[in-house]
Design a binder for this molecule. Structure first.
Ligand SMILES: [Zn+2]
Length: 224
């Protein structure tokens, strides 16, 4: 298991470490070869638990393990992006976050890259989503161009970050998703299975807007 945590962008590996590859050496190129899918995991892979530091509170969404297994079997590398401002506010310690992340990997398998922003909004860091810093850093760590990265999230901020990085974004609307987020998202999937269909169907090369469905938006009016 590998947990990579960023305390700031300047401390990130930025490609200095050897690129780990799970690609087969044989002549047959897998569909997901040279591609990676990064999840803003709250609400996409695990139930939103208010970023709890309690590992026992982590509950995977029903489709998460199967969809991740499908992606990995096709050669896609996988990663996690997390805004974790509770660290910056002193509400969670790093070791508590790491314990929660280990629990996620125990439940959902090992991820190729982790990027965590510990900062609060007021710190103005380059990594906090909707800034693209964590996506760019993850791409560098994986040795992939940002256009080969697919970001899956539940908020418009995730989609803004993906676009700013030059990556592809797929929105899966959830309880915290705003109507406006769905309106501006280039690609919307109703759930993880549909997101997988979008990814596998296009192999990430098509940039034209595609919509699988029009999920029910929530009625919250305020910006997230
Ligand atoms: Zn940050």
């Amino acid at each position: 298991m590998e947990i990579r945590i960023a305390t700031s962008l300047t401390s990130l590996p930025n490609g200095r470490e050897p690129v780990k590859s799970r690609q087969p050496r044989g002549p047959r190129r897998q569909r997901g070869s040279g591609m990676a899918v990064l999840f803003d995991c709250d609400g996409t892979l695990i139930e939103t638990t208010a970023s709890s530091g309690d590992p026992d509170a982590i509950t995977p969404l029903p489709a998460a393990a199967a969809v991740l297994a499908g992606l990995r079997a096709l050669g896609y590398r996988t990663g996690i992006l997390k805004n974790q401002p509770e660290i910056g506010r002193g509400l969670l310690a790093w070791h508590e976050v790491e314990a929660a992340n280990r629990r996620i990997e125990a439940l959902l398998g090992s991820f190729d890259v982790w990027r965590i922003c510990p900062h609060t909004r007021d710190e103005g860091c380059p990594c906090r989503i909707p800034k693209p810093g964590m996506i760019l850093s993850a791409a560098a760590k994986l040795g992939l161009p940002p256009r080969n990265i697919i970001v899956i999230g539940t908020t418009g901020r995730d989609m803004v970050a993906a676009a700013a990085a030059g990556s592809r974004g797929i929105l899966i609307p959830g309880a915290s998703t705003l109507r406006a987020d769905i309106a501006v998202a280039k690609e919307v999937a109703q759930d993880l299975h549909q997101a997988l269909e979008l990814i596998v169907g296009s192999r990430g090369q098509e940039r034209s807007p595609r919509r699988v469905s029009r999920p029910r938006p929530t009625s919250r009016a305020a910006g997230a």
